[in-house]
Design a protein around this ligand. Structure first.
Ligand SMILES: Nc1ncnc2c1ncn2[C@@H]1O[C@H](COP(=O)(O)OP(=O)(O)OP(=O)(O)O)[C@@H](O)[C@H]1O
Ligand SMILES: [Mg+2]
Length: 370
């Protein structure tokens, strides 16, 4: 997969800019706040139908304007294709592939495999089980549409059931049959999601462990664990038995939304017992493993976006990444850096073709072939 051209109109701090990307490394440089991360986000947006940083969609529209538009010319197996996205204040987002509207945005996920490595990954992934579930769901959704569809149905049913539980608590009245309808969806979809997650971990973990060892250069006993209520073969009975508790708490207390993906170092939780360096290595290894499993599943290299990577990694890890770049592990790469001299120096040894984009106040001032 490759992104050849990108047009960014009134997206975040960009007025109107066009980019022609290198098929190798694209280095985005500029001062703090110039728009480097925003440019990566525009690419992410076209692949994922949303921003990686701004959850409120309308706030991706440039202040003082009332719409944004993104257009990308991608290439898949030597065939170029266009992805178009536009959002107008107060209106529904328009998404098109080759001028054909995408009916359901979820259908688009996975079309452009992409991995984004960002500075707060380590913090987020170690923070809470919700963020860890979100990471694995994000990876698995890019690989499997049925998984994503199950997840959407589950989340929809969960939302409805929780709303009902709240209403029943307020009104002191319960429609048990209605709850049973949602129970069925949660149990059926939950079962297939838990099974898929468990199977995915079998493939993902060895890849991850390999990357971690590579980066940390050590044989630390690290592991990923996966715990789900669905591991209990009698879970359907337990779920039904928990209804009085659910009614008392006014929320669904059991199911795959409570699954936990654990990160462990020598059998102990990484968050408590891992050093900051170990936590960072863990996060990078997770992202590189994401790259590798996506590559295997799609049979092509995902786009790789590295935001502020030089600033957050120590020299040893930067050297590792540079080694991987030099050895052709990655395909098309974007990286941002507020210090152009540093990226020029670090990329010198990498033989892949390079292009430098100098960004200033939401516009590209200069392009330089490296
Ligand atoms: N909707 C918007 N309209 C106008 N400006 C916006 C909008 N959203 C974000 N910005 C601006 O974009 C700028 C940040 O851009 P970005 O995060 O891409 O910077 P950066 O070059 O990555 O900086 P750093 O080196 O600090 O990471 C901020 O000044 C922010 O106010
Ligand atoms: Mg940035």
């Amino acid at each position: 997969m490759a992104l050849l051209e990108l047009s960014v109109v009134q997206f975040k701090n960009y007025a109107e800019s066009r980019f022609q990307f290198d098929s190798g490394i694209n280095c985005i440089v500029g001062d703090n706040g110039s728009g480097k991360t925003n440019l990566l986000d525009a690419i992410y947006y076209l692949a994922m139908t949303k921003s990686a940083f701004q959850a409120v969609d309308q706030q991706n529209i440039r202040q003082s304007d009332d719409f944004f538009r993104l257009e990308g010319v991608f290439e898949h197996e030597a065939q170029p294709f266009k992805i178009y996205c536009a959002l107008q204040t107060g209106q529904k987002k328009i998404f098109k592939v080759e001028n054909k509207p995408v009916e359901r945005l979820s259908e688009h996920i996975g079309r452009v495999p992409l991995v984004l490595v960002k500075p707060d990954d380590s913090y987020q992934l170690n923070e809470g089980s919700e963020q860890r579930r979100a990471f694995f769901d994000h990876v698995m959704s890019q690989i499997s549409q049925p998984y994503l569809n199950s997840l959407l149905r589950y989340n929809h049913a969960l939302k409805q059931r929780n709303q009902l539980l709240k209403q029943f608590a307020e009104k002191h009245w319960v429609d048990h049959d209605l709850l049973t309808v949602y129970d069925q969806v949660l149990l059926t979809e939950g079962h297939s999601i838990a099974q898929a997650r468990s199977e995915f971990m079998q493939t993902f973990e060895p890849v991850f462990v390999q990357f971690y060892r590579n980066i940390a250069d050590k044989q630390e006993p690290i592991s990923l664990t996966y715990a789900s209520h669905f591991a209990d073969p009698e879970f359907a009975t337990a779920f039904k038995a928990a209804r009085p508790k659910d009614l008392a708490m006014a929320r669904t207390t059991q199911g795959i939304h409570k699954d936990d993906f654990g990160f462990a170092l020598q059998g102990l939780p990484l968050k408590k017992f891992g050093s900051q360096g170990q936590q960072k290595s863990f996060a990078i290894a997770l992202k590189l493993a994401q790259f590798e499993v996506l590559r295997q599943a799609k049979g092509e290299k995902p786009l790789l976006l590295l935001d502020d990577i030089f600033d957050k990694l120590d020299d040893k890890r930067i050297a590792k990444l540079m080694e991987m770049m030099a050895s052709g592990t990655f395909g098309q790469v974007w990286m941002t850096d507020a210090r152009p001299e540093r990226s020029h120096k670090l990329l010198k040894k990498v033989t892949a073709s390079k292009r430098f984009f100098y960004i200033r106040q939401g516009a590209c001032e200069q392009v330089e072939q490296g």
